[in-house]
Design a protein. Sequence first.
Length: 629
Amino acid sequence: MGNVINQVDKEIQRLTEALIEQQQQDGSWRFCFENGTTIDAYVIILFRTLNIENEVLIQQLHARILAEQQPDGCWKLFSDEEDGNLSATVEAYYALLYSGYSQITDETMQRAKRYIQSKGGLGKVNSLLTKSILAATGQSKWPTSISSIPLELLLFPSSFPINFFEFSGYSRVHLTPMLIMADRDFSIQTTQTPDLSELISQRNDVEEQNSREFQEMQDNIQQGLSRLFGTPHKTHKAATTKAEQFILQRIESDGTLYSYASSTILMIFALLALGYDKQHQLITHAVQGITAMQFRSNGTTTIQNSPSTIWDTALLSYAMQESGIPDDHVVIRRATAYLLSNQQNKLADWSIHNPNPIPGGWGFSETNTLNPDVDDTSAALRAIKSLSHTDSTYLDSWNRGLHWIISMQNKDGGGPAFEKNTNKEILTWLAIDGAKSAAIDPSEADLTGRTLEYLGNSAGLGTKHDFIKRGTNWLIHHQEKDGSWYGRWGICYIYGTWAALTGLKATGISSDHETIQKGVKWLLGIQNQDGGWGESCRSDRRKFYIPLGESTPSQTAWALDALISVHLQPTAAINKGINRLIASLQEDNWTTTYPTGAGLPGYIYIHYHSYRYIWPLLTLSHYRRKYGT
């Protein structure tokens, strides 16, 4: 036991010293939010379409994309993805050719071409983002899943069974530019645009088949259209104006739409569809915003879809405080001041379903002033809690954030990510692959559990409060039969089970409770021989646990933190896991860079460069706090 504690102490010291050195002058930590090659490819396609001569960045992105190609010619979203990823491969192939730094005769491009053709060509691409980029640049028709949705949907009032603000915020900011482009059958090409017609297989280039559920949703839309007043022409004109204004009103100060590179790229194409000149200030400003999202690490440059600065800074500050760094340390003071300056104070889209409270949330990135979320807010509140006891400014900030989080609880008792009660199942019937995860923002185990953990451990609230009781009941009733929970924003069942167990324990649920015991048994049952834990990104799409076969630092830390929260004394399994966790932090291989963050199941997976610090430091600190005396 003493040797384990000594090793834990040494590793905590090493991690905290490294973090102190890496903190920025403004108090933040800036780590890469790495999300595959998709955004890099889109940026090359966009820049070439707009004739933007940023050759250094284009060459850097080209080099990164090319380096990720697999021996069989494909690109993957994660290393153990079976048979590669067709959408990612099409994006990469298109962007490499469009950059001008790869030629169709290159051996690398020939391998990519053969892979794409072997998988059925462009007609088999299932990513809606990929389809939209292809359609916007003249490589394919607009998919019926988009072209069949009328712009008039934006005019439907809240009393209609389907209305635009029942979609999740993420869906709305991506769907609106798509609808504008599809409505105008927009496409744009240049003299340098590659010709991908060889990748179109006639037997597969077929419009999507409408399911019964999709047809039912279409019927609802048609009923809504029939209830709108005015001539079709005037109504359509009003809908177009509404769509344009929807976009313009959600542009952040850095020029991006909702702080996402993906939606900003679509916005630029949509503005072109509306007649904006390529040199229009809105477009040039948006390009500057996307360009500023680049991150260079280990000689490689990538475009982050949404920099994770608030998230990383909040979690790192809290983890350092848990490790024993005092509240008045300059590092903590800087970090909390930075967080305080980024608390949001605007009534934005989130208030449509939650009209009463005062703003008080935090977003994911520092340019985000309109789209706070529950997870980032609880992370920031954990970080500033200690200072709220001694500084009235922090106390006011903490109270506003606390009340905002409580107000965001869904009526079913669970926690959403961005908006309250946006969980209408009918919207998942869109003929869009991934619609179930993107179209709505329902209660999730990871969000519910992490919110409860904050409310219990940091705010001191327990099940005597009705909203806590409803949250714990939601978790108990949504446990999988095997004892796990599905986590939406991390990979995946390990993430959800960690959040659920620590949340339940923080609010006073006994370790002897059947739900807790089932969760612990599941975690112990999937522990690897080396003592760690590892889960494949394939779990996220298949919706059941799939082992990775190796251990990752963040997933090992999550599992251990859950077990530590339950056990009064360290067990052999916990100590074995701690030893494996410490060993993994000295390694640098594919398991240490494997994506354990989830964006959109099947399409977007994230390697947070900060995670090799955040979760190991937090877990080691909790181990020492609980077992070190």
